[in-house]
Design a binder for this molecule. Structure first.
Ligand code: C5P
Length: 231
């Protein structure tokens, strides 16, 4: 793992851009990717992507598009033009809808003269403990068929997903340092465990954002990732 920062995404889950940018700045020495989720994007829209790009972050736009193919395609075009590095699409509607999203992202990026984002298919929400066992394989296959560059899955699913599709990036939320509160994550994992399982990008939210000392929490997670990457 050449550069730990490129493998750590901070989830800026707030409805206020000033607060999001302050948090992003506080953890920027250790996090190279800034995740704009539904809360921030609904509140602040494209300005959030532009501001974080200007700060030098790779932007991860986590809007989990889920609709009919035409609607996903047209929304993806708009998002692709904003210059994010990663955009999530929900895998549940299947390969045709995912492909409409992948194509839309590429078309929007080309029209704006920016690099196309990596399309990430969301397999199973990490808050869901009850998804049937066959779902992961079905959604990974849909992601491959649709030309996605990666998937979002729980740490517990990374090994199986990588066996099915070794070239897909595995993006893993639900990261918690040992002994910390899992909140609503049913399948959490430590940063070291996620990395050892084969995760390429770790999404970290409340373990840092709700810490009394956010910079110290970020530094500790980056340290654990660094050690796991060397081991
Ligand atoms: O605070 P926490 O570390 O649990 O943050 C999780 C973040 O990752 C949230 O922004 C959530 O939307 C996102 N996410 C997730 N599970 C998925 C996909 C995204 O928790 N499967």
């Amino acid at each position: 793992m050449p550069e730990v920062r490129d493998h750590l995404a901070i989830a800026l889950d707030t409805d206020d851009l000033v607060e999001a940018l302050r948090l992003a700045k506080a953890v920027q020495p250790w996090f190279g990717v800034a995740k704009v989720g539904l809360e921030l994007f609904c509140a602040e829209g494209p300005d959030a992507v532009t501001a974080l790009n200007e700060m030098g972050f790779k932007v991860f736009l986590d809007v989990k598009l889920h609709d009919i193919p035409t609607t996903v395609n047209r929304a993806a075009r708009v998002l692709g033009a904003l210059g994010p590095a990663y955009v999530t699409l929900h895998a549940q509607p299947g390969p045709v809808t995912l492909r409409a999203g992948v194509d839309g992202l590429a078309e929007g990026a080309a029209a704006a003269g920016v690099d196309p984002p990596v399309a990430l298919a969301v397999t199973v929400l990490t808050s869901d403990p009850d998804a049937p066992a066959h779902i992961l394989g079905q959604r990974v296959a849909a992601a491959v068929a649709a030309g996605c560059g990666g998937i979002v899955c729980a740490t517990a699913d990374v090994r199986e997903a990588k066996q099915l599709a070794p070239r897909l990036l595995a993006v893993v939320p639900g990261i918690r340092p040992a002994g910390s509160d899992p909140n609503d994550q049913a399948r959490p994992a430590t940063p070291g465990a996620a990395l050892t399982a084969g995760a390429d990008l770790l999404v970290v939210g409340r373990a840092v954002t709700r810490a009394d000392d956010q910079a110290a929490a970020a530094e500790a997670i980056a340290g654990e990732v660094s050690v796991a990457a060397r081991g």
